[in-house]
Design a protein around this ligand. Structure first.
Ligand code: LMR
Length: 329
């Protein structure tokens, strides 16, 4: 901001904007797949509002929820083509671009939200963002949802053998698919917004998701049993197109990052509570039988999944595996 008196009190705003290239309005299309009354849905709306406030309306974020523009896997292409400008896919979806992201899909790898936060804030978060640079994606935040739970129509899921022969919808991550194969179930790939119909038409027996997704999309109405397993974390990475980002005036970039950081902190503080509220509502509906996985049961499941760590360690790479070990100890 050298010269031209930028920032001086008496300088009219319009002149400043012109000098800085800020008199051009930016419209950013933000595509996501979940309902609006979920952690990601609310965060996206809040982000849009904050960006509007911070840029006096010069940057407008238009949010498209419920996959109204793209299903998760198609968002990557949309972002590359600049048809959309911000996406926040689930981490498991990104494993299709780079296997390093499988680190977040190893079952029971993360014991609580604190550990996930340490991963996002530390070396894991950094290395994962680096891994998608070649796609032209600029990672600007990690967003929280919560841990995933098992649901199905056949029987209560207490021990791993209970999954034998069941078909289960997963996101397109090889680690998630193998997780079910190891315990004798068959993984099935469906886009998020196809899951409700797949359940109601009996194309799958079960699924796994966070309580906010299970509630907001009505999955619980199509399922008889739920096990609160917290077996995997469902988080998000927020991406922009690097080239597009670099063409934006620095002032707007700053405002966008300020807004993003505020929302990220807000989400960290509220996503767990939101999911707990959804559990309360699911319970109150009385339509689904809920089993709380005990610590002893959890140990059994962990043993069952041990082989997956070995199986995927080379794809994930030593740097990330070592960092996970460090966080776990
Ligand atoms: C899913 O497909 O189950 C989730 O990734 C949806 C989401 O974005 O939370």
């Amino acid at each position: 901001y050298i010269g031209f008196g930028f920032g001086e009190k008496d300088e009219p705003k319009a002149v400043d904007k012109e000098l800085e290239g800020l008199n051009e309005k930016y419209v950013l299309r933000f595509s996501h797949v979940v309902a609006e009354n979920t952690p990601k849905g609310l965060a996206a709306s809040m982000f849009a509002q904050l960006v509007r406030e911070k840029t006096d309306g010069w940057v407008e974020v238009q949010v498209f929820p419920n996959a109204s523009l793209y299903e998760a896997q198609d968002e990557f292409d949309g972002l590359m083509r600049n048809d959309i400008h911000i996406i926040a896919p689930a981490l498991s979806e990104i494993t299709v671009l780079d296997p390093k992201w499988l680190i977040m899909d190893l079952p029971y790898a993360f014991k609580d939200e604190k550990m996930v936060e340490a991963a996002f804030e530390g070396k894991i978060g950094e290395l994962l963002f680096e891994s998608i640079k070649d796609y032209g994606f600029h990672g600007i935040a990690y967003w929280d949802n919560s841990f995933k739970q098992f649901t199905n129509n056949e029987r209560p899921i207490i021990v791993p053998e209970d999954f034998k022969g069941l078909t289960v919808r997963v996101m397109p991550s090889i680690a998630l698919m193998e997780t079910y194969r190891v315990i004798g179930a068959q993984p099935r790939l469906f886009s998020f917004n196809e899951v409700y119909d797949a359940l109601s038409e009996g194309m799958i027996d079960g699924t796994e998701n966070t309580l906010s997704n299970i509630f907001s999309k009505g999955f619980y109405k199509q399922q008889k049993y739920m096990t609160l397993s917290n077996h995997n974390y469902l988080g998000y990475a927020v991406f922009m197109n690097s080239e597009y980002w670099s063409t934006m005036p620095v002032d707007y970039q700053k405002s966008i990052m300020e807004a993003m950081d505020e929302v990220t902190v807000w989400l960290r503080e509220h996503s767990q509570t939101m999911n707990e509220e959804m559990l309360y509502r699911i319970k109150n509906s009385g339509v689904i039988d809920i089993h709380y996985q005990t610590d002893e049961e959890k140990e059994l499941w962990k043993q069952e999944f041990n082989s997956l760590y070995e199986r995927f360690q080379n794809m994930i790479g030593p740097e990330l595996m070592e960092e996970l070990n460090r966080l776990q100890s």
